[in-house]
Design a protein around this ligand. Structure first.
Ligand code: HPA
Length: 274
């Protein structure tokens, strides 16, 4: 079975489960699940029930699709994402994006946890991703059979929607909280960076570093979806003063940032139809 046939079968399954076409797609990263509490949930489907859907390997990522309403918009939320460091193919990592697109989604909202390379940022704050650098070992478009799914030489001159970026900035201003903006670099991981790597990231113009999001955004651009992405800043990457970090600390900082993120996503959706 080819890639498109797999996606089609997953899509037919979700349509038969009652998920209507055209919802806004959302992918939630580490530690930012509270947004789900705001949804009027209509369907909750474990990833394991969806034909051809990749198998999650991360115990702290729930691995479920949630469909419902938020601010009068239908949303389809993928809670729990796939990472290159899980040893998955980029087709598997980006499967949720291809599937939501097959379901008619034209917009993608992404969140992730990231380390702050820009030391003007603080733990527990949010950075709007304005641009990115792909430092992972591969591309989701460098695979056999990719041409059946869209063009190969995808333009990446504005991968994050300028219109959605403007909206998000004005939401933060209106609600009086800090929303940083900057460049996100995706590394493969799963090991964290050395001091030398943090110095390197600063020199090349990175503001935040993480292990996700870029593959999904590349595929969303191949599919001509409008994207917006946010990093919740979970640790400071100061090579002069590098404290060992642990995953519990990352989760606690993500929780702090989550409230701002919830406000932005809700208001982005509430102005959607205006
Ligand atoms: N580096 C890479 N990924 C991360 C980090 C980091 O410092 N913090 C959270 N995700």
């Amino acid at each position: 079975m080819n890639k498109q046939e797999k996606i089609n079968q997953s899509q037919v399954f979700l349509t038969n489960m009652g998920i209507e076409a055209g919802a806004v797609g959302i992918i939630l990263g580490t530690g930012v699940g509270d947004l789900i509490d705001q949804i009027q949930i209509e369907r909750e489907i474990p990833y394991s029930a969806i034909p051809h859907f990749p198998k999650p390997t991360m115990e702290f990522h729930k691995g479920r699709l949630i469909y419902g309403s938020l601010e009068n918009n239908k949303v389809v939320i993928f809670e729990g994402r796939f990472h290159a460091y899980e040893g998955l193919s980029y087709f598997e990592i980006t499967y949720p994006v291809r599937l939501m697109h097959a379901m008619g989604a034209q917009q993608l909202i992404i969140s992730n946890a990231a380390g702050a390379i820009n030391l003007a940022f603080k733990k527990g704050e949010v950075m709007l991703i304005e641009d990115h650098i792909n430092l992972q070992a591969g591309s989701p478009l460098a695979e056999k059979g990719i041409e059946e799914l869209g063009e190969r030489f995808v333009d990446m001159s504005a991968p994050y929607s300028p219109k959605l970026i403007r909206k998000a900035k004005s939401i933060a201003q209106r609600n009086n909280f800090a929303l940083h903006a900057g460049v996100y670099a995706a590394v493969t991981g799963p090991q964290l960076e050395t001091k030398a790597e943090y110095r390197y990231l600063k020199i090349i113009g990175v503001d935040a570093v993480g292990m996700s999001t870029v593959p999904e955004v590349i595929v969303a651009n191949q599919l001509k979806m409008e994207c917006i992405a946010f990093s919740v800043l979970t640790d400071l990457c100061d090579p002069q003063n590098l404290a060992p970090i642990n995953i519990e600390d990352i989760m606690a900082s993500a929780k702090k940032a989550e409230q701002s993120l919830i406000i932005i996503v809700k208001e982005l959706l509430s102005t959607q139809k205006k």
